[in-house]
Design a protein around this ligand. Structure first.
Ligand SMILES: [Zn+2]
Length: 73
């Protein structure tokens, strides 16, 4: 008899319990805010809207800006 690499799991232990939306929502909001902050830094952190002086942040994100098609130079 061929032996499987995947250990056998009794059907009663293999039940998948869905994560309730109420527990998922705060993480979804947190991730959304994080993504918006990232989008801000890649897309708008320059010139009049810049939070940090100088070109450092702009230069760090320059390739991402061009990759995503944001107007740059
Ligand atoms: Zn550029």
């Amino acid at each position: 008899m061929a032996q499987s690499a995947v250990p056998a799991v009794p059907a009663s232990d293999a039940a998948v319990t869905p994560v309730p939306l109420r527990e998922l929502a705060p993480w979804a909001v947190f991730t959304g805010v994080l993504m918006l902050v990232l989008l801000y830094f890649v897309g708008a952190e320059q010139g009049a809207t810049a939070l940090f002086e100088g070109e450092t942040v702009h230069e760090w994100l320059h390739d991402g800006r061009h990759l995503l098609g944001f107007p740059c130079h």
